[in-house]
Each structure stands twice: as C-alpha cells, then as structure tokens.
Design a protein. Structure first.
Length: 298
C-alpha cells in the first residue's frame, strides 16, 4: 500500500487544528462533490480521497497513529505489541552469551516481515495479521432501492457482484468480509466497506422509510369533497377520497406506501400527503358574483 499524504490532499499543514481540518474538508468537498461534477471521474476520485483524508485526520486517535506510522497506521496496536515483546526478549536474553541486542534497523526489518505474513511469538503460537481495509462509495438514486437488486462493483481492478438490500439508508456503510487487501499465508484479508450515497430523484421527501408529499388541492374539491388520483414512488396509481370542507395543510396517511424496510422483506414505511389548497386566479365576472353571493350567505 503506497503512502498517501492526507495533509497534502486537504491542503493543510501538519500542525493544523481540528477547526482548520474541518474548514478545509468542507471547502474541498463542496468543490469536488459528484452533484457539482456529474460524470467527472477525476472529481469523483478526488472526492473519495478528500473523504478518506478527513476520516483519518478528523479523528484525534487515528491522526496520532497516522502521524507516527504513516501508511501502516491501522496496524499501530500490533506494532506496539511487537515492540513491547522484543523489549521483553532483550531483557530476558540480554545477559546470555552469544546474544546481541537488535538494532533499530533489525527491528524495522522485523516490522516489515511482520506485516508481510505474520511472525512467531515466544510461545510458538502464530499471530495472524489482517490486511488493510478498502473503502468505496456507491451512488444510487432513491428509485434504485425500492427492491433488492444485484450490482457489480469494480474495486482495485476486481469485479465484485453483490446484492444491495432494498431500503438502504443514505450514508449507510456495509462491510464485505475478505474483499480488502490480500495478504500472504497465515494472514487475514482485509475487508471492503461500501458507503451508499442515495440521491433523491423524486418529488417525495424521505425520512428513513417514510415518505412525505405536498399535494396541490383545488378550492372547489377542498370545499365539496371528491376523489383524486396520486402516483406513489413505485409508479402505481392510488385513489384518495377528499372529505368535504378539507382544511389547508390537512395531512393524510397512506399506510405501507413508503419505502421498504432494510432487510425486512414485506415491510414498508408510510406515505404522508399534505394538502395545499390553491386559491383560483383570474376569476371571471360570473365567478366573482357567485363568490360575492356566498360571502353574503356566510
């Protein structure tokens, strides 16, 4: 795994404060966001790098490990344990004839081999090391998650076929075990983490699995009542009965007409429709006379 300079990606100094990191990230994220740069592969790649850099540097613990161990920061704990173990070995064998303490260079070689395929502890038991995790982002529209579908992703040149469950949330991350960095014998492959960016390409507003719709209702139907037909998010037509004397901002619930629940087959959220009564414009002389008559009756 090549060294990535996260400070350089965000355009900040190594001594930058948390506030400066956040400010730099927000500025670059807006600039390279996929919505601002549609079909721009370079911008998409840059956006991923910016997010990766922010995830590391905005976390004080991760940043400390990264500053100390560079590209191997995720293995910081293993490194410290190995370093401590060597220290104990030096103490245990330091006085025996023929034993010479390790130099820093020797330990560096040992550390490299440790991440290449593991090492033998004093007890003889093999400690297995895990490869680096990979992170990817997948852009979907809200209409793509109405049912579970198979997708093929290309990660580091390899195609991975997976089924994306219906109803997945925006920003949700799922783990695919063993599809990260491949390691040698005795090690454990890293995992692949996929973050989902769900864009809303509909007139509905989403809140988890519930949907919300503002619907224009003409004055006459609001007063007299009647039937209207709406189209739900899956394209189906549904009839609604409007009660006479319906007031502005009246909300009705259509049970089970929302989004599917994640990994709960057959379960759906609800659709809430809010009526927005529209006052007619450009009234004719006759209409004005009739409204005048009505006003007198009230």
């Amino acid at each position: 795994m090549d060294y990535i300079n996260y400070y350089k990606i965000l355009g900040i100094d190594k001594k930058a404060s948390e506030k400066e990191i956040k400010k730099a990230y927000r500025k670059l994220a807006r600039k390279y966001h996929p919505d601002v740069n549609p079909e721009n592969k370079e911008a998409e790649k840059k956006f991923k790098e910016i997010n990766e850099a922010n995830e590391v540097l905005s976390n004080s613990e991760n940043r400390k490990k990264y500053d100390q161990y560079g590209k191997d920061w995720k293995h910081a704990e293993e490194f410290e344990k190995a370093k401590q173990q060597q220290h104990y070995q030096q103490q245990a064998y330091g006085g025996q004839q023929g034993y010479s303490s390790h130099s820093q260079e020797d330990f560096s070689d040992f550390f490299s081999s440790m991440f290449g395929g593991g090492f033998q502890q004093q007890s003889g038991r093999s400690k297995r090391f895990k490869g680096n995790d990979f992170h990817a982002e997948l852009q979907l529209s809200i209409t793509d998650i109405l049912k579970s579908e198979k997708h093929t992703l290309t990660v580091n040149g390899k195609k991975i076929r997976l089924t994306i469950p219906a109803g997945i949330e925006n920003g949700q991350v799922i783990k695919i075990k063993g599809h990260g960095e491949k390691v040698g014998k005795g090690g454990v492959n890293g995992d692949l983490y996929i973050k989902f960016n769900i864009t809303n390409n509909t007139k509905f507003k989403r809140d988890k699995n519930n949907l919300y719709l503002n619907l224009d209702l003409d004055l006459y139907k609001a007063i007299l009542g009647g039937e209207i037909v709406i189209t739900t998010i899956d394209g189906k037509k549904v009839k609604l009965k409007v009660k006479p004397e319906t007031q502005n901002n009246t909300k009705v619930k259509l049970k089970g007409k929302g989004l599917p629940l994640y990994k709960k087959s057959g379960y759906f959220g609800d659709l809430f429709v809010t009526y927005q009564i529209k006052i007619p414009k450009k009234l004719t002389t006759k209409e004005k006379e009739l409204f005048t008559e009505l006003s007198k009756l009230r």
